[in-house]
Design a protein around this ligand. Structure first.
Ligand code: ZN
Length: 342
């Protein structure tokens, strides 16, 4: 890279860092050109709102500068009258340089009745800030299109290399789209608590407090004894002929639990959902708080202020600080992370 090329690339980077609004950038460059022209030709000074030809000139200059930086080899080859090298990403596009010095797609639609921009769209480099700004401009102009539709609209005038991938990237980073299709976070499934993996009678472990005065309850019928009755000894190894009628019923009940342990309990090993961590949250992460009664765009916005881990060291609960200072405690699966630059 020569010193001139290096300076030009620095200049373009500085120019593109002024704003990420494509139309605003074109306006700024147009006014700079007008100022330069007014200095050179004071007798024919221009005033007032920008004219269409001034904007087109500014846009062409900007695109030409970016293309000269990114497609140096291709432009050199074309200016020498040679075709583009087979190794180039542009080799399949039959590119040419138009009368304004802009690299365009030659393509195979020369004889179609499409307008001149659609027939010969302007080539844009992949992963370049100008390409991103143009895609963002179209994405917003056409009310937050999806990747395929966005690419179709952009290709009416531009041909971004690796277009679908770049469109997806733009949509992934769009806050409005993120709010409309909020992806909730999730953690891997937790270990089952002891009470759920130990054979036991129904209601033996419960959050309900039973009072001192015993009454006949459904529990008596379900477990065959009072709720606070002593648990029967293990009878599975004793022959039935040695057992009383009650002990035979107890033995049968115990054999059911044995089958439960052998055939059902092992199935709980597998995690059927929440197999992976999705969007692992951190303190300071900007999130939307799920509210099933409202659309995603109306969900409250907050910042994670504290994390609470389960026994398996996975994040299960989070505190979220709202803009008004209120702190809400929520299950981690009820928050959706907003895309940010970092
Ligand atoms: Zn969007």
């Amino acid at each position: 890279m020569t010193v001139t090329e290096h300076c030009r690339n620095d200049f373009i980077d500085n120019l593109l860092s002024i704003t990420n609004d494509y139309t605003k950038l074109i306006r700024i460059i147009s006014y700079v050109f007008r100022f330069a022209a007014n200095c050179r030709f004071p007798e024919s000074k221009k005033f007032g709102p920008l004219k269409a030809d001034e904007r087109v000139r500014a846009e062409n200059s900007l695109i030409r500068m970016v293309q000269e930086g990114k497609f140096q080899e291709e432009i050199k080859d074309l200016k020498r009258g040679k075709g583009v090298s087979n190794k180039s990403k542009l080799s399949s596009l039959n590119v040419f340089i138009d009368e304004n010095g802009i690299l365009k797609v030659g393509g195979r639609l020369k004889h179609s009745k499409l307008n001149v921009y659609s027939k010969h769209p302007i080539v844009l480099p992949t992963n370049h800030i100008l390409t991103t700004n143009i895609l963002v401009y179209y994405h917003k102009k056409y009310l937050h299109l999806g990747a395929q539709a966005l690419l179709y609209q952009v290709r009416q005038k531009f041909w971004p290399i690796n277009g679908k991938h770049n469109c997806k990237k733009v949509i992934f980073k769009c806050i409005t789209c993120a709010k409309n299709k909020a992806v909730l976070t999730s953690q891997i499934m937790g270990d089952l608590p002891t009470d759920r993996v130990t054979p036991n009678h129904v209601f033996n472990v419960t959050g309900i407090e039973f009072d001192d005065f015993e009454t006949l309850s459904p529990g008596h019928f379900l477990i065959g004894r009072p709720i606070n009755g002593i648990v029967e000894p293990l009878l599975s190894e004793i022959k039935e002929t040695r057992l009383s009628k009650w002990q035979k019923i107890t033995k049968f009940s115990q054999s059911v639990w044995k089958v439960w342990k052998r055939d059902y309990l092992c199935n709980l090993q597998q995690q059927y959902k929440w197999k992976f961590k999705v969007n692992d949250v951190k303190v300071g992460t900007l999130v939307l708080i799920k509210n099933e009664n409202l659309p995603g765009t109306k969900w409250l916005l907050g910042r994670i202020s504290e994390l609470f881990h389960g026994k398996d060291n996975q994040i299960r609960v989070v505190n979220i600080k709202l803009p008004n200072g209120t702190v809400l405690k929520r299950n981690v699966r009820d928050v959706a992370i907003l895309p940010t630059e970092n």
